[in-house]
Write a protein that binds this ligand. Structure first.
Ligand code: CLF
Ligand code: SF4
Length: 460
């Protein structure tokens, strides 16, 4: 039985807002609507979203302003990726072209992040130009940034103005004595500093930047690289402090230190944690803050669902070929979809109880509200939630121009009636926000059906 399709028994017992609210769950029911809307389609900020939504990184930031002992500059920034592969460095124009090509082919794409191959804020012109252009031309895509935090306070206002909702700061220690064992040097105000002096400046900037982001309503994830014997015993203190400062999520990543990567830690034999050590530390931190457990330490040019590496399909030469092919194709028209919603914010009405439906036009760029249409609520209880009702026939006729009907739940009999009428019923997004739910349904339809099959119910 598809998710969200109820039999009468589950219909009677299902209630909105149920579900895990523990530390393991990144989208507990206590989240405000605004925060929930920000995280529920972000594959890194929500454990459930990572199965359905994709992210892509554009590698526009080659330079860095610090030296981490687990990083070799030949490879990507290890604060948000694993070392071992060099990215194709893009300029902002190429980045925008790549995002467009990916969005047209991976309809699950919801997030574009900048995470290297160096530090985004050590390359502010390229980073902000990319964010500005992608934000302006692709408003349905969330913007994300990952930084070592050194230059964060200087750029927080620009980040907020560009509509970046999610920022990751890598904070490996909040004690300069410990941090000095992790960072070789920091370039600060034109000088290269080392030791605890360098570490203290970096930590102060990271924590100041964190507070400034939180004040502006930007969700902050903190990444920490777990280095056994160096900062493992200290990361619980990091977790407590970032929680107190308003961080949303803590992502403790294992050190990767293969000697062939040529990093300081790799060459000095510093080991990474075992799976058991990592799990124990994450558990120890999870009583204070939500802890991320599904990070894939992806590349600075990663594309696809987390754990999926489709970047080889989107090298710039392939993007150019796609652009040439796309120029000969029509742009897919938006799809019309009906939503059973009381207030227009959440998918919160059972199909059989809907007295009206909100109709939207949905495309890769987002959802546009069109109108509300009245329907007779035909279901008067479990015994009546079946087929053959005149009201159901009228409802189906009234929605016949829609590609999909999205509702909190739906019984088997009306499901079959809708399908027989050529509408696609969907009850998988009960009590989720309307727009992300529509984006997910749109992605499913575009991924499953060739353009020709959905053209009949396209808007316009
Ligand atoms: Fe990229 Fe990072 Fe944004 Fe995600 S990744 S910039 S928050 S869109 Fe995600 Fe990848 Fe782990 Fe990063 S799985 S490495 S946490
Ligand atoms: Fe490497 Fe990233 Fe550290 Fe810079 S911030 S040294 S690119 S891991």
């Amino acid at each position: 039985m598809p998710l969200g399709l109820t039999d009468d028994a589950t219909l009677r017992h299902e209630a909105p807002g149920t579900g895990c609210a523990g530390a393991r769950c990144e989208t507990p029911s206590t989240l405000s609507d605004a925060v929930r809307a920000k995280v529920e389609t972000h594959p890194c900020y929500s454990e459930t979203a990572h199965l359905r939504f994709a992210r892509m990184h554009v590698a526009v930031a080659p330079a860095c302003n610090i030296q981490c002992n687990y990083c070799n500059r030949k490879f990507d920034c290890a604060n948000e990726s694993r070392p071992g592969v060099v990215s194709e460095v893009l300029n902002p124009d190429q980045a925008l072209r790549k995002v467009k090509a990916v969005a047209a082919r991976i309809p699950q794409l919801t997030v574009m992040g900048i995470a290297g191959p160096g530090d985004p804020l050590a390359n502010p012109k390229r980073t902000f130009e990319t964010l500005r252009r992608v934000g302006a031309e692709m408003p349905g895509i969330k913007l994300c940034l990952s930084t070592n935090g050194l230059m964060l306070p200087r750029y927080v206002d620009e980040i907020a103005a560009l509509g970046v909702d999610h920022v990751t700061i890598t904070i490996n220690a909040v004690d300069p004595h410990i941090a000095a064992k992790i960072y070789a040097w920091v370039v600060w105000e034109g000088r290269r500093l080392e030791g605890e002096e360098a570490a203290a400046i970096l930590i102060a900037q990271q924590l100041k930047g964190l507070s400034m982001l939180v004040e502006r309503g930007i969700l902050v994830k903190v990444n920490s690289v777990m280095v056994p014997g160096v900062n493992d015993h200290h990361l619980k203190a990091v977790s407590r402090l970032i929680k107190a400062k308003g961080a949303f999520l803590h992502n403790i990543m294992p050190l990767i230190s293969a000697p062939e990567h040529g990093t300081v830690f790799g060459l000095t034999g510093q080991r990474g944690p075992t799976d058991a050590e990592l799990a124990a530390l994450r558990d120890a931190c999870a009583d204070g803050i939500a802890v991320m457990r599904h990070c894939k330490q992806c590349r600075a040019d990663a594309i696809g669902l987390l754990g999926e590496d489709r970047n080889a399909e989107f090298t710039m030469d392939k993007v150019a070929a796609m652009e040439a092919a796309d120029a000969a194709l029509p742009v897919p028209a938006p799809l019309r979809m009906a939503v059973a919603t009381r207030d227009g914010k959440a998918v919160d009405v059972h199909f059989g109880h809907a007295r009206e439906f909100s109709v939207y036009e949905v495309s890769a760029q987002g959802a546009r509200f069109v109108e509300r249409r009245s329907a007779a609520a035909y279901c008067r209880g479990a015994e009546d939630c079946g087929d053959g009702a005149d009201d159901l026939t009228r409802t189906i006729a009234m929605l016949s121009d829609c590609a999909a009907v999205v509702c909190a739940r739906i019984g088997l009999a009306p499901w079959e009636r809708l399908e027989a009428a050529g509408l696609r019923p969907n009850g998988e997004h009960g009590w989720e926000a309307v727009e992300p739910a529509l984006a997910a349904v749109y992605a499913e339809i575009r991924a499953a059906a060739p353009l020709a099959q959905t053209a009949r119910r396209s808007a316009g």
